[in-house]
Design a protein around this ligand. Sequence first.
Ligand code: NAD
Ligand code: LMR
Length: 335
Amino acid sequence: MSAPKAPIRVVITGAAGQIAYSLLYPVAKGDVFGHDQPIVLVLLDIEVMLGVLKGVVMELVDCALPLLREIIPTADPNEAFEGADVAILVGAMPRKEGMERKDLLKANVKIFKVQGEALDKHAKKSVKVVVVGNPANTNAFICKKYAPSIAPENFTCLTRLDQSRAQSQVASRVHISAQDVHNIIIWGNHSSTQFPDVSHGCVLLNGQKVKIMDAVKDEAWLKGAFISTVQKRGAEVIAARKLSSALSAAKAICDHLHDWWFGTPEGRWVSMGVPSDGSYGVEKGLIFSFPVVIKPNKTYSIVTGLELDAFAKEKICATQKELIEERDQALEACA
Ligand code: NAD
Ligand code: LMR
């Protein structure tokens, strides 16, 4: 029998909020880092939310979870990120009906400057960071900038929810399970300019791989309503719930981190916002959603060499333009 694993320290910010409430249980139970991986959960929120956070901690205790070794609630980022192995940065203001995610930039970006600085000082150099708080790509860019002692590739942002939304749209169109839809790509910003691209994707139909284009047989839908549905899904949820998506966001965070921790299956990729290395002409250093493959040793690489037609190039260019504008505004706000 192998020796029990040492606990890992997982920090979740915005721990008293909506997303965290759906995220804490699967993380603490072992669904993300493995059912043999003990966990110390560090829960960061702001001072005024510590009372609410106390209730969340009580509930976690009452779950009597075998892998959960310790719970540390705090409002101090320096304490929170001490020795962190994983940082899930959710804490930020969500948008309300009628707003674009980038309207949150001024309110939220400084949070990620402070947390980048605290990660830089206190976290393990191997820490894996996923930024969820919006605008997620630009917040991740700022967090990375203010943590220069940590490798840039350790900073990612969540676009997995967009990937899941795209998979489900195609699955319901073809009348199959979402798990049989592979290799859709989300390019660019987690915003209404993102480009959900099916041109390299396939579905499994009776055990056979079929290109999504051929299975759906409706190019007008794939280039029109499909794309805009995925781009606007977050806003639609807000209009209906009067709150932004939380359950589906938590599931996507779990998928993102699970795949980063354990790797992607042979022949499959997933979409993550990662620092651009210049692939596909995207400016180096921007946090841009690309298709990535991940090895079991937790290193990922951008899938290169995919052919892009004029339609795809134009969409990628538009979402890059938006990210450059957001980055410049964020740098100004943090100066
Ligand atoms: P929420 O308002 O329910 O919770 C946010 C929590 O963050 C609150 O408890 C708040 O007190 C806390 N917080 C605020 N500032 C903080 C700070 N400096 N440090 C630590 N905690 C802080 O919001 P939510 O529904 O949980 O959403 C959180 C963020 O995630 C929003 O910005 C939302 O837009 C974003 N989001 C992103 C995605 C994605 O796919 N990338 C999906 C859904 C939501
Ligand atoms: C989402 O995609 O659901 C989140 O980013 C929340 C939002 O503001 O749309």
